[in-house]
Design a protein. Sequence first.
Length: 96
Amino acid sequence: MALRITGIRKDNGNHNNPHEAVTDYRWENDADGSTGISSRMDMVNWLESNQNNEAYVRDMRGKVYCYVNTNRYGTKFLQTYADNRWTDNLLSLPEC
């Protein structure tokens, strides 16, 4: 199943700060058009639970896939990987 990430939420509203964790992701299901908002950990668990699950964002080049990454304190989060490097495409999405 594929989910397109369409927005993010941060606790303190400091949307563009890459050092503050995203708390929630807004998404749209490619298969049936359903939408929802899921917590960071729910999205991480969903991606890790099944190899067929994928999440992505759209940019001007098309789909940019999200992967689970872990910071130095062990906190898991979604991050995009584009042009052979880790990127912050999720921070360019609107607040949800």
